[in-house]
Design a protein around this ligand. Structure first.
Ligand SMILES: [Fe+2]
Length: 239
């Protein structure tokens, strides 16, 4: 065995270098002095289970789209985030902390982009439910009417923001200063880094709708608002 010839100093140096390289798995010494690899340390960052089956939003969003969007795109953002924080001071940080601490830092742009996309997608899956959409009831209805004048005015503002986001990004219903308003963000940007509290979001990256709607983003937005929007989730996010 090659490692049996390592001196203790060699082994310590090797362990130090492995740590500096940010290895996810841990190389350790057992009681006999032999090197062995342990299982990767659990990360606080993970891909949460979808709140419904992958075919539950069809035909508005098909299982095919969800399988790529959740299983490939979202999973990749999670994997990238875990790799980038390994061995850094953010290794044990929660997702929201990572997003907030890397926002606006050019030297952390890649980590911010991936972590914020994990956060935004977590939020997006919860923003939809099978049989959702239509007018809210109760307190949410009151807040919508107070802030926009009517449900229809909210639909116009939200749909317009989602449709006019140039390129990739997101439209959001947020709460700020006691009122609701609509904002849009580009790429991975998120209201989490602002004073506004996110209530609902729609993903308008092409990967969210292109397999089902091709270039017809407006049709995707209309279907989201009328058939999927999860007002229960929005209500839980109200301050
Ligand atoms: Fe997405």
């Amino acid at each position: 065995m090659t490692y049996a010839r390592f001196s203790l100093l060699d082994r310590r140096e090797f362990l130090t270098k492995m740590g500096a390289a940010g290895a996810v798995a841990t190389i350790a010494l057992n009681e006999t002095g032999s090197l062995f690899a342990t299982a990767p340390a659990a990360s606080p960052i993970s891909l949460p289970p979808l709140p419904y089956a992958q075919n539950a939003l069809a035909p508005v969003i098909t299982e095919n789209t969800i399988s790529f969007h959740y299983g490939k795109h979202h999973q990749a953002y999670v994997n990238n985030t875990i790799k980038m924080i390994a061995g850094t001071e953010l290794e044990k940080a929660g997702l929201e902390e990572i997003v907030k601490r890397t926002a606006g830092r050019s030297d952390q742009a890649s980590l911010f982009n991936n972590a914020a996309q994990v956060y935004n997608h977590n939020f997006f899956w919860d923003s939809m439910k099978p049989g959702g959409g239509g007018e809210p009831r109760g307190k949410m209805a009151d807040k919508i009417n107070e802030s926009f004048g009517s449900y229809q005015k909210f639909v116009e503002a939200f749909s317009s923001a989602a449709a006019s986001q140039f390129g990739s990004g997101w439209a959001w219903l947020v709460q700020e200063g006691g009122k609701l308003k609509v904002v849009k963000t580009s790429n991975a940007e998120t209201p989490l880094t602002t004073s506004a509290k996110p209530l609902i979001t729609i993903d308008v990256w092409e990967h969210a709708y292109y397999l089902d709607y091709q270039n017809r983003r407006a049709d995707y937005i209309k279907a989201f608002v009328e058939k999927l929007l999860n007002w229960d989730f929005a209500g839980k996010n109200l301050v």
